[in-house]
Structure formats: structure tokens, C-alpha cells
Design a protein around this ligand. Sequence first.
Ligand SMILES: O=c1nc[nH]c2c1ncn2[C@H]1C[C@H](O)[C@@H](COP(=O)(O)OP(=O)(O)OP(=O)(O)O)O1
Ligand SMILES: [Mg+2]
Length: 196
Amino acid sequence: MTQKLILASNNAGKLKEFGELLGPLGFELHAQGEFNVPEAEEPYHTFIENALTKARHAARLTGLPALADDSGVCVNALGGAPGVYSARYAGEPKSDANNNAKLIADLAPHADKSAYYYCVLVFVRHADDPQPVIADGRWNGEIVAEARGSNGFGYDPHFLIPSLGKHTAELSSDEKNALSHRGQALRALVEKLKSA
Ligand SMILES: O=c1nc[nH]c2c1ncn2[C@H]1C[C@H](O)[C@@H](COP(=O)(O)OP(=O)(O)OP(=O)(O)O)O1
Ligand SMILES: [Mg+2]
């Protein structure tokens, strides 16, 4: 039996990656936008609290199980910024181009360009589920001022994977999903769901 699952996100890049990763596992995926679920507030300072809030919000408004992702890029020389604030680093309205420009400018004086992508996923069976299923993933790289590649989304044109010699926007979706913070977290989550 296929399980209906609401993806509690309005980010087209994430929704594409979730479809690629979860579609083959037999979930019947629906973006929250199909049910006119408006964007949830993300008022917290931790990824986990924001992800849980997004998942509960979507489950409450649809009556269906929901999966939320809160993620970002954490830059070591910037003390982990933009981190949980990655989506609105350059202010509202959210803009990948403005966020990338601000990140490159802020990092320019620093020699250490190391960074990592971080992703927390939260699955709830219903809005008041007392046992949300949680998994996370991390992907190390470096921020590069020059943009390269046109795949992916967000900070991908500027995120270099040194061992591959490629920016993450130069990877195919299969290559990215096999390695990414989101791919790692989703595989861990699916293992937990199997034994839950
Ligand atoms: O694989 C990635 N490749 C590039 N950039 C990424 C990635 N993963 C997260 N990011 C960046 C995009 C955004 O600036 C922030 C997520 O913010 P976050 O609040 O979790 O998502 P969002 O507001 O775009 O959509 P939503 O909350 O509806 O899921 O981190
Ligand atoms: Mg968000």
C-alpha cells in the first residue's frame, strides 16, 4: 500500500530532491502547496525546532503524515553563519542570488573557506505525534567566490566538494543525492521508519 506523505516545504529544489529520493520507495508524495498550506513560521534558533514546527503545521492543516526539512550552510570562519538563517541571510524576500552575494562578500576577508551543509528531517504521523522520527546529515565543502554549474538550488553554485573538484551545482541529481546532507538524512530516516 502506498503511503500518502505531505512534503512540508515550498522550496522547489528540495521538493525535486525528495521526489527523486522517496518516489522509488513507494510513497505517494504531495507538496504542501497542493493543499494550499501556507509557509510555516520558522522562529527558532535551531534546525530541529524549525523542522518540527514545519512538519506539525503541514500535518495539522492536511490531516496527513508530513515530512519537513530544515537545512542550511554553516561557514566555519563566520562562526557557523548563515546556518539556520540561510534562507533569509540577505533579508526578506528570500533570494538565492542575494544570499550568495552576501555570503561571498562576508567571507572575502577570511582565508578559511571551509563550510558544511546541514539538514534535519522530521516525520510526523499526525500533528500531535508524540514520537516524531528525526534524522540529520552533514556534507563538508568549501565556499568559492566563482559560481559554477546550473543544477541544484540555493548555495550550490558556490559550494565546492574538494574531493570531486566540482561545485555541487555541477553534479547530476543522482550524484548530489548520493552524497548530500539531505540524501544522508533521508536514508537514515527511511531506516528508522522501517523499524518504527
Ligand atoms: O542542498 C542544498 N543546496 C543548496 N542550498 C541549500 C541546500 N540545502 C539547503 N540549502 C540552503 C537553501 C536555503 O537558503 C536554506 C534552507 O532554508 P529552509 O528554511 O530549510 O528552506 P526554505 O525556506 O527554502 O524552504 P522550506 O522552509 O519551505 O522547506 O539552505
Ligand atoms: Mg524556510
